[in-house]
Design a protein around this ligand. Sequence first.
Ligand SMILES: CC(C)(COP(=O)(O)OP(=O)(O)OC[C@H]1O[C@@H](n2cnc3c(N)ncnc32)[C@H](O)[C@@H]1OP(=O)(O)O)[C@@H](O)C(=O)NCCC(=O)NCCS
Length: 199
Amino acid sequence: MTAPPLRLETLSGEALRAALPGLSRLRLAVFAEWPYLYAGDPAYEERYLAAYAEDPAAAVVVAFDGATPVGMASCQPMTSSHGTVPAAFRARGLDPARYCYFGESVLLPPYRGRGAGVGFFAAREAHARSLGLPAAAFCAVVRNPNDPRRPGDTVPLDAFWRRRGYVHHPDLSCVFHWREIGDDRETPHVLSFWLKDPL
Ligand SMILES: CC(C)(COP(=O)(O)OP(=O)(O)OC[C@H]1O[C@@H](n2cnc3c(N)ncnc32)[C@H](O)[C@@H]1OP(=O)(O)O)[C@@H](O)C(=O)NCCC(=O)NCCS
């Protein structure tokens, strides 16, 4: 029997605030895995996600299994996102005010392959259009394919993103700092952008 589709809800403001503790647990669980290997801190996570609840133009699409959140994907105008993102666009002569920035998309492994990832893109693109933004962008960490930590069964998401209409721009990138599992300090990580312009 095929599993039923997950229920997706687009949350903002107070409704989003109520969901934050469950969402920070999701980010920590999924980003601890390859390719992010992020040794996260729950207090930082809640502050990071609270910024979405405080931005009236931001939205988080949450995937639910019954009442339990099992995935999430965020979006907000690029001009109100983390400063290094609009700065990377300006440095390449692109106008950040055109873009809806998709911050992350995470889904617990048992729920993958059931359409939630496709639904996350559709809901975030609908949100971008509702804000009058003509284009969307997200970034993904750049890893060496020969990295010995890469699990052998890794399926890159590049083809999935191309099928959603996104184009990779390896020459458009930014640097985020985080502590990787096993390290005792933060290190810089390059993330390159994928654009859908126009939506
Ligand atoms: C990115 C991620 C959210 C994708 O989630 P997903 O739910 O597995 O993706 P989907 O099931 O929607 O799509 C996967 C494929 O299954 C297909 N699919 C399967 N069942 C489907 C259904 N019921 N409805 C629609 N599509 C379905 C999709 O069409 C897609 O195939 P396609 O690209 O050939 O069209 C998930 O892989 C993840 O959490 N990865 C780890 C975190 C990460 O790296 N995030 C990205 C950077 S932030």
